[in-house]
Design a protein around this ligand. Structure first.
Ligand code: K2U
Ligand code: ZN
Length: 167
């Protein structure tokens, strides 16, 4: 398995819309394994293929306290959204930036698992937030885009300064 480099906001590749997975082959299974390893090492509770510059509809999530309940979702589709919750979010593609984002409290998501079996997951709380956050990535959206224009400008300036310092 390998760790994959994660694209950093505002890389334009993070705005690409991911395409459906047509076949769950060994390449896709290897990508899912590498994404999971990358997520656990980061550490994060989710990772979308978009973030590792693979523009296919695949996400991995583990929002469990014990870090042993990996969900691999292929071609995830939101079937239902309701309620409202505001949660402090961060993103592995926007390091060091955290802010509150309003999301649905409850979601129902249909997807294919690695055996190409159709599954449905119903979630509330942090898992619901993570599902919405990762599916946003597949649509080319990063969580900072839910913030005000002023905050987005300040974040881009801060990350640009950080990039200069580390260059
Ligand atoms: O970058 C990513 O997509 C992983 C995200 C997933 C996530 C963000 C906010 C809320 C839920 C899930 C995170 O970097 S994982 C680390 C994390 C976890 C909880 C809150 C903030 C950051
Ligand atoms: Zn993210």
């Amino acid at each position: 398995m390998s760790l994959l480099p994660i694209l950093r906001f505002p890389d334009p590749r993070l705005k690409k819309i991911a395409t459906r997975v047509e076949r769950v082959d060994e390449t896709m299974r290897r990508l899912a394994r590498d994404m999971a390893e990358t997520m656990y090492e980061a550490p994060g509770i989710g990772l979308a293929a978009t973030q590792v510059d693979v523009h296919k509809r695949l996400i991995v999530i583990d929002a469990s306290e014990t870090r042993d309940q990996l969900l691999t979702l292929i071609n995830p589709e939101i079937l239902a959204l309701d309620g409202l919750q505001v949660c402090e979010e961060g993103c592995l593609s926007v390091p060091g930036i955290y802010d509150k984002v309003g999301r649905a409290e409850h979601v129902v998501v249909r997807y294919l698992d690695l055996d190409e079996q159709e599954q449905t997951v119903e979630a509330w709380g942090l898992l619901a937030v993570c599902l919405q956050h990762e599916i946003d990535h597949l649509e080319g959206r990063v969580f900072v885009e839910h913030l005000s224009q002023l905050k987005q400008v300040r974040i881009k300036n801060k990350l640009a300064k950080q990039a200069k310092i580390t260059a």
